[in-house]
Structures are given as C-alpha cells and as structure tokens.
Write a protein that binds this ligand. Structure first.
Ligand SMILES: [Zn+2]
Ligand SMILES: [Zn+2]
Length: 278
C-alpha cells in the first residue's frame, strides 16, 4: 500500500506577553530582557501540519480531511482571539513563545485526532513571515527547530578562477558578465534545541539576530561578492558556495545549547540551495 502525506494550513490571531504573571517586575525583566512587557502584543499565527497515512483504496484518501480540520480547529480553539498569557492557563507557566505554541498545538492535535490509520508527523507555526517553529516527530518529539528568514542584496559574477576565460564563458554564459549582476538573496537559518523551561525559547532570539546581522548582513548586504568580500576573492560566488560559506560562518556562533541545523539560500524565487552540514 502507498503511504502519502497530507498538509493542511490554518491561521489564528492572538496576543501574548513575555511576562510571568506570578513573578515580580524585576524577575520578568531579568528573564525576558528587551521583550519583557506585562501588556504584550499580538500576531496572526499561521499553522501547517503534516499527517501521514496509508492510502485507503476504497475512498482514495489517506485521511478524511474533515477529521483533520475538526481536530485542528479544536486544538486551536483555546488560543483563537485570546491573550495567551492571561487567558490560557497553560501559558501562565509556559511562556507563549513560538516554540511553546507549536508544542501546545501538537499535543492538543494528537489528543483530538483519533485515526488509527494516520498520524501527525510535523507541525509548523509562523509567528511572523520571518520566524517559525517546527516540531518534526521524525527528528524528535521534544526538540523544536526555529527558522529565521533574512534577505540581502548583492552583486556577483560567476567566474571560476581555475578555468580559462573561454571555459568560464561557455559554462556560465551571461552570468559570467565581467562587471557582474545581482540578486535579492533570501536566507533561512534553522537552529534546533529544547525550549528552556524558564524562557520557553530554544535560543535567545536577540542574540541570534545579532549573530545573523554580524555574520551575514554586514558581510554581504549591498556588496559585490567577488570584489568586496573576503569569502569570494578566490572562490566562485555560486549559491552553493554562498550556502556553504554562511554555514561555516554560523556553525560555531549559534548561542548554546541550540545548534545550527540547516541553511537555505534562495537566489531567485526559482532556485533554492540547502545545506545541513553533511
Ligand atoms: Zn510576539
Ligand atoms: Zn546570479
């Protein structure tokens, strides 16, 4: 029998605060730093889940999508249009970070979804289009992956120094244009770890953003990769080499105990490059 995966999306709006209602102002400020605020702010959260099962030959389906929707709706219901910190008891003791929200929704969905033939394998929650948390049961049921997206604008010329002018022109064509051309590069950085029980975060996001600013933005944004960066004085600035260079710059700088899991570089909307350290 064939095994297939079904992905379903949903969204909800909610407010949250990085603040423990039962702790002092001072304790909260020590824990949450710049994020500490007892009033909070809000987001439109997007949710995507993946359910895997065997194809039922009589219905032609893996799972009845109305059962997925029913369970997903019930899982989200306690959060929808609420203030998570003050109105959802779970989050009074587990800060409503994206990491803790994805764990909450996974747990609630699994309890609501009773189908012996299919199972939840992955769930992602986007807090904003540039920050998401994923629980992938095929990797772990306690480790959460956090993905931050950034983008920068840069010029490059595809030119391999070890090859002749005519070989370069034959391989890279118009991308070998002597003065170069440019892209809006998108970079997705995924780090993985277990949420800290006190802060609900797998990594200090401000510290991670500071690393990304220093290691990626300062280095590449509004630069000519060949002429204006150390990385590509000798190496050809293909997106493969750029993906590897970004991995190497970040690998040992992710605030512990989180670790780098994946780097994705989008050169245009039609080509993506991924590296996971292998
Ligand atoms: Zn927020
Ligand atoms: Zn290019």
């Amino acid at each position: 029998m064939a095994q297939l995966a079904l992905r379903r999306k949903a969204m909800f709006s909610a407010a949250h605060a990085y603040w423990f209602p039962d702790r002092s102002d001072e304790e909260n400020r020590a824990l949450f730093g710049k994020w500490a605020s007892k009033w909070g702010h809000g987001h439109n959260y997007d949710v995507e889940l993946t359910v895997v099962g065997e194809l039922d030959e009589s219905t032609g389906m893996v799972v009845n999508i109305t059962d997925v929707d029913k369970a997903l709706k019930r899982a989200i219901m306690p959060l929808r249009d609420k203030h998570l910190t003050y109105e959802v008891p779970h989050f009074a003791t587990h800060p409503p970070t994206t990491e803790n929200i994805v764990l909450f929704l996974a747990d609630a969905f699994v309890r609501e979804f009773v189908d012996p033939a299919a199972r939840l394998t992955k769930i992602t929650v986007w807090e904003t289009p540039t920050l998401s948390a994923t629980l992938d049961f095929q990797e772990s049921d306690t480790m959460v992956a956090l993905t931050r997206s950034i983008d920068f604008a840069a010029a490059h010329r595809l030119h391999a120094p070890g090859l002749s002018e005519s070989e370069n022109l034959a391989i890279f064509g118009k991308c070998n244009n002597p003065k170069g051309h440019g892209h809006n590069y998108g970079v997705e950085i995924t780090v993985i770890g277990e949420p800290d029980p006190a802060t609900g975060m797998i990594v200090d996001l401000l510290a991670l953003d500071a690393v990304l600013e220093r290691e990626i933005m300062v280095r590449y944004d509004h630069k000519h990769l060949n002429d204006d960066t150390e990385d590509f004085r000798e190496a050809n600035p293909t997106s493969e080499n750029l993906t590897l260079a970004i991995w190497r710059h970040l690998e040992n700088k992710i605030p512990a105990p989180a670790r780098l899991q994946k780097v994705v570089v989008r050169e245009t909307d039609r080509n993506f490059f991924e590296y996971t350290g292998l």
